[in-house]
Unconditional design. Structure first.
Length: 77
């Protein structure tokens, strides 16, 4: 991923390893944080919302199945 703080987008020389150029990506997940090349939070927020939505769906399904509240608490951790 290439990040530049200049107002104009620059073209950087490709980094070569054993004669092969490294692929340039638009976003990367680093230490649990999604970083995009334009330094916006959109991708990170979308991933967090998606993760929370999945967890909430499973909690609703467990509640409908009449699982005990103590067992629902175990699902959070």
């Amino acid at each position: 991923m290439q990040i530049s703080f200049s107002k104009f987008q620059r073209e950087f020389e490709p980094i070569l390893i054993n004669g092969d150029a490294l692929e340039v990506v638009e976003n990367v997940k680093l230490l649990g944080l999604n970083i995009s090349s334009n330094l916006t939070w959109n991708i990170h927020i979308n991933e967090i919302v998606k993760k929370a939505s999945k967890r909430l769906y499973f909690l609703i399904q467990l509640k409908r199945a009449k699982v005990a509240r103590t067992d629902l608490g175990l699902f959070y951790s």
